[in-house]
Ligand binder design. Sequence first.
Ligand SMILES: [Zn+2]
Length: 490
Amino acid sequence: MTLWPHLPFDPEETLPSYADRSSMMHTGRGMERLIRDLGINVEHFVSGREEAVSNFANAIGQQSDEILKNTIRVLQRTAVFRGEPVSKTFLSPRTQKYCPACVAEDGGPTARRFRLFWGFRHVQRCEKHNLWLVKSPNPKATNLRVALGSDPLGKHEYAPEEMPEYLQWMRQRFQENLSEANPWLDGQTMEQVIAASEMIGAILQFGHDVRLSKLSAPQTEEATDVGFSIYREGPNAVREALDTIRQTSQATAVQAGPLAHYSVLYDWLGRRGNAVEPGPIKDILRDHIADNSLIKPNTKVLGEAIKDRKFHSLRSLSQLVEIPNLRLARLLTKTGHIPEDASANEAGTMIFEIAEVVPLIRGLKTAIPLKDVPAYLGATKFQIEKLYAAGIVEPLIPRTAPGSVRKVVFGLDHLDQILSKISSLPEMPAKSKQNFHRIAYACQRGAGNFENVFSDVLEGRIEGFRDPEKAGIGAIYVDVAASIEMRKSV
Ligand SMILES: [Zn+2]
């Protein structure tokens, strides 16, 4: 059986709205009457089961794929729209809001069409008339005939002229007509993009205490638009927004949990049993938490264990570098990582970046004092003092840091680098021994200041050789005449 005449299907309209109009035309009664007359299970039809919807399309002489495209499949906890899972609050076939101008243009009560686009929670205005959508008197209905009854249509209230970008994006995506490819957004469901945008924008615009359900329609639009302008740019832009969110949180203590730092964003992503997977925002936030806070190894954050930590507390650092707490605290005070006036309690709440602190601490364990450096580098005490003063031999802890000269220590890594530069100098040719002299002698003969000649040799600005019989700085030979020439030319 095929019904006649055909009532054209509007690709903007929801299936229940269209079915109600068809039923009114053919039976003079509401949707259920026609569905039942066609021998279709009403419950199956209302929940958008494919078989029921296809049977309906065939019976009224419509392309079933056209109609299926506008069908919201309602499941127990979630819904599916065009193959994408959606939560029931994101997209609903119920007539919660409508544009009074669009509906007035439709005509009488049986000609009113509920636009599917109005069913998206984040669609708050009519793009055609630029009016705020009006709350319907019966938000549980699925067609406007029942929703509006004999009530007058709502007032016209104009939205700001500028159309939000997210709304344009949603519209394009809804019409499967995206103007530009954005692989980052294209790989996500519409809800993942819009929900994450709204959450980020809401915190940035309205603060950490924001409650999305308490926002007005213009505020929801504003939050989503601000968030979308960031979110669409990709993961780096999202990370920067998280930096800002973290910085603007009231939480100062290092032990403060992620909820204190990321508030509703963390609450949303940390919630068990989100109806719809929130998408990449969850991984980005997890990484952000791991990068910025103190987390015990293998702690689960947002459902996954954190493996590579980047920060340590004094206590866990102490275990890592095997230096007792108190001594480590003194070392870190010396290196400037703990303020001089910090109490033991305060030091205990601080965190330290592993990449920066651990090599320093390990270096300190094997570092040697100034008095031992001449022997280590094969130089005289006078030479080392000159190199130290010139900054060529550098102490492990920068000299701007507090600590007296007597406690100055030098990292073995740094000293070994100097030795390896020396040992990579070419061996002195036996024939030219007369022209070349040890560096100390060359300096006395006018080759220049020791520290200058030394760094010139090391950096290859003047030719230097090495006596394989000797080690360290004492093994360096230079050409006095060449060195004097070089200095004249500078
Ligand atoms: Zn309108």
